[in-house]
Design a protein. Sequence first.
Length: 266
Amino acid sequence: MIRAGLTAAAALLLAGAAPAPLPGFGKILIASDSTASVYGAETYPQTGWGQMLSCGLDAGTEVVDLATAGRSTRTFIAEGRWDGLMARVQPGDVVLIQFGHNDAYKAKPERYADPATTYRDNLLRFIWQVRGARGVPVLVTPVAQHMFGPDGKAKANFADWSAVMRDLSVTTRTPLIDLEALSRDWLDRTGEAASRGYYLHLPANAAPGFPKGIDDDTHFSELGARRIADLVAGALKALDLPLSGHVLAERPDLTRATALGHRGCS
């Protein structure tokens, strides 16, 4: 019965029906993976872009970051995390939905979500349920890793999953932040060497949480998370949603050149 109901709702979404008018903006909720999640002091400088996003918003704008490391659309649903998020959605809330990194991980079949079937269906469920709660779903394509091709350009390692999001944005009239494209463009402009420090690359003993050092092309340092949050904030500003007026036009906390040594706003 649940599947049948979802299929019927998905058919309406794919028919291009515009969502009903919404009340004013409430808060932002984030459904995502480790690239956006909240980290404690013990793992500094590892930082998720979601925990920096509030530094690009006006005072009092609430961000509820429910992103969780290692989760795909499949496991976010299976573990009850999506239902937990939906229990917090109020009319006018914006739900940022960024998945793809773990959906693409075939080595862990409990996470894997085929882009053309399971991943697409899960995203349709997210869109349908957020709209049903009179919230605003916003699809966010998976952020780029610090990986470059022979041409010197940043790779699109999740191209099939991003393509599904772009297609659903059009067919369901759902706002889209093409973070894959935005972050790849930023990496290309910054360059492979200069952008390395925005990801989690640390020598031994450089940070208490990583005594042996780390070379991680997926997760962000404090400055990297700030820059990705700036890309997300800028895209939200451009979407012309009720939320957009709460995004700061100038976001110096997200574009600063030196780390603060913590994850707060200056």
